[in-house]
Design a protein around this ligand. Structure first.
Ligand code: ZN
Ligand code: ZN
Length: 641
């Protein structure tokens, strides 16, 4: 049997060998630092035998490929610690996967509710297990025996999981007294783990289904380098301060009533002001880039959705309603509505491209467990458009959309990267057509010099797509815009145009949304700006603070002048000290506070305090108005004062 190493060298073995043996042969140091291996592209335990020809790479603990092995082992160590603390007879284990930057485990613990205060106790026990440095050993059982084994331990969730495994044999991992059902791989011993932290605990339904029992999910993170753990914890702390689910209600932007409208945000006047500004900007740019705005119904007869293919591919995510024995679907997408508009009158090749744009409100069912503030919802508004064009126009149209995206995102100071997603398993249409569409998107990305990666098989069921991921001020990435080329839907709806030669031809349809969901984009902006919106977006742009009751009338005059100039202004004449009111408006992140007292009343000039704490005195009111208006109209990201 031959084992090929990354340097191209080949080693021969008679029967079986483990990656650990090979590592030891190469060097004692490599063996000591090894987390596992990659065998024919698959992660592999260091001590799991190999008996076939393969390509093999030893993965060291501090290499990025080891993170999965490393964090997965952490979740077992956490489960072992929880079992030790609360007792084997009380703890039933759910699942314990790795996630981006960390891991979690779901527990059902009889009579115990874990709180954040318990996390340090669990961490202490985990440190003991790491210090005790148990060997982690893999073994297999035939399925029936595996079920018996877990039944005896009272692990009913594990029994349920094993029953669904199609394989004959099931693998387990053992460390000290603890055994867990697992596909692996794992570190060779618990002592290899160094830097970790438990982060939070929350409820999670077994398998994400509300009808199942609620388990307790503990989240943790782990890194092989202390520096990486520290950086990540700092980022989390920064993100926590910016959490839009906290800032939203606190700044009176929106709230969610989970009792009657889970996943359906309710917008307050301040929040609506920001949404309107985002829509105004969007409308302006759509006009500039040659789109026509339209409006289509929220509910339409189910037959439209059968024709579009949504019925076959998307039904589980749709809402339905019935009246007089007719079933209607609440639209999950705007495309079929725009096709109805296209079909409304005959189209000639000279009319193309036709770009139809709509602020389309859609509803899509999501499981309760995945809902997340404004970021993951059940209803949202897309800045949605469909471009109908000739095949020879696809590249230039997609290029034009990318230009539009550049202009829109630069307003917020966002940079981005793109993902090109190709044909998924569940798809409509033939492969040659898919190939053509994918090529068109690739060409446009290359022409616009957009950095991108290819995500194989991640496309929508009707065509390939480009997703744009914006990077926020603390370096997190968010998926927003998407562009999809679609040859299928024009086919399904049999839409045509009359070409120069007089023949009827099929147009191509491009789906695109740039904010994506306006509500989601709003949520991202709340976190990006930490609630301190630039003046053009700020719900209140200036607040007038009379130093005492004596100056309320003058303050009101100033307020009216600003209001006439279309500046969003409020008067704060509450019977509180000036210091208190300044602090409160700073908390509300109002860009400018205008303070008026005796001197201001006499001279007609004003004193301004910015939310950043800068004090400016003796400013002519007209100058202030001119400056703030310029700041607003240029949609500046920073305050002018
Ligand atoms: Zn595992
Ligand atoms: Zn569409």
């Amino acid at each position: 049997m031959q084992v090929r190493l990354p340097d191209g060298s080949i080693r021969n073995y008679d029967e079986v060998v483990t990656p650990g043996q090979i590592a030891k042969e190469i060097s004692e140091g490599l063996w000591r630092n090894a987390a596992g291996a990659i065998v024919n592209g698959q992660l592999w335990d260091l001590e799991r035998p190999i008996s076939f020809d393969c390509e093999l790479k030893i993965v060291k603990v501090d290499e990025p490929e080891a993170a999965e092995i490393y964090r997965h082992t952490m979740s077992h160590i956490m489960a072992q610690a929880v079992t030790r603390i609360y007792g084997e007879d009380k703890v039933r284990l759910g699942i314990g996967p790795t996630i981006e930057n960390g891991f979690y485990y779901d527990f059902d613990i009889e009579g115990v509710k874990i709180t954040e205060d318990d996390l340090s106790k669990i961490e202490e026990e985990m440190k003991k297990i790491i210090k005790e440095d148990y060997k982690i050993e893999r073994f297999e059982l035939p399925k029936e025996e595996a079920i018996e084994f877990m039944k005896k331990k009272g692990q009913r969730y594990k029994v349920e999981l094993i029953e669904e495994i199609p394989d004959k044999n099931v693998s387990f991992y053992k460390q000290g007294e603890f055994v867990d059902l697992c596909r692996g791989p794992h570190l060779p011993s618990t002592g290899k783990v160094k830097h970790f932290k438990l982060l939070s605990v929350s409820g999670a339904y077994w398998r994400g289904n509300e009808k199942n029992p609620m388990l307790q999910r503990i989240y943790g993170t782990a890194f092989s380098k202390k520096e990486d753990l520290d950086n990540y914890l700092r980022l989390l702390e920064e993100a926590r301060k910016r959490d839009h689910r906290k800032l939203g209600p606190q700044l009176e932007l929106f709230f969610i009533n989970t009792d009657v409208a889970a996943g359906m945000p309710i917008f307050l006047p301040y929040g609506m002001t920001i949404l309107k500004e985002l829509m105004n900007l969007s409308r302006l740019l759509h006009e500039k880039y040659g789109y026509k705005e339209v409006g289509t119904p929220l509910i339409m007869n189910e037959k439209l959705w059968r024709q579009s293919g949504h019925w076959d591919h998307y039904k589980n995510n749709m809402y339905f309603t019935e009246k007089e024995e007719v079933t209607y679907a609440v639209k999950p997408m705007n495309c079929p509505g725009h096709i109805l508009i296209y079909k409304n009158k005959p189209v000639s090749y000279k009319d193309l491209p036709i770009r139809l744009f709509e602020f389309g409100r859609v509803h899509r069912y999501e499981r309760g467990g995945v809902l997340h503030g404004l970021l993951r919802v059940r209803t949202f508004t897309q800045d949605d458009a469909h471009i109908f064009c000739r095949e020879d126009q696809v590249v230039s149209e997609v290029t034009n959309v990318v230009k539009f995206i550049n202009e829109l995102y630069s307003v917020f100071g966002f940079t981005y990267r793109a993902t090109l997603s190709t044909m998924p398993e569940d798809h409509m249409g033939d492969e040659a057509t898919w190939e053509k569409a994918t090529e068109a998107l690739k060409n446009a990305l290359e022409e616009m010099k957009v950095p991108y990666v290819v995500a194989e098989g991640e496309g929508a069921f009707y065509g390939p797509k480009i997703d744009f991921h914006v990077r926020d001020v603390i370096g997190r990435e968010w998926q927003c815009a998407t562009i999809q080329v679609d040859f299928q839907m024009p086919e399904r709806f049999e839409i045509t145009y009359k070409d120069a030669d007089g023949n009827e031809k099929r147009p191509v349809m491009i789906h695109r949304a740039l904010y994506g969901s306006i509500e989601r984009f709003f949520g991202i902006l709340i976190e990006h700006y930490a609630g301190a919106f630039p003046t053009w977006l700020a719900p209140v742009q200036a607040v007038i603070l009379p130093v005492s009751e004596k100056y309320v009338n003058f303050a009101r005059e100033v307020s009216q002048v600003l209001s006439k100039e279309n500046i969003r202004v409020e008067l704060d004449d509450r019977n509180e000290t000036l210091g208190y009111r300044i602090r409160e408006n700073q908390m509300k992140k109002v860009p400018y506070m205008i303070i008026v007292g005796e001197k201001e009343k006499e001279t007609g000039r004003i004193s301004v305090r910015t939310r950043e704490g800068k004090d400016l005195h003796d400013i002519a009111l007209e100058d202030f108005i001119r400056t703030i208006k310029e700041e607003i109209s240029s949609r500046s990201n920073t305050l002018k004062y």
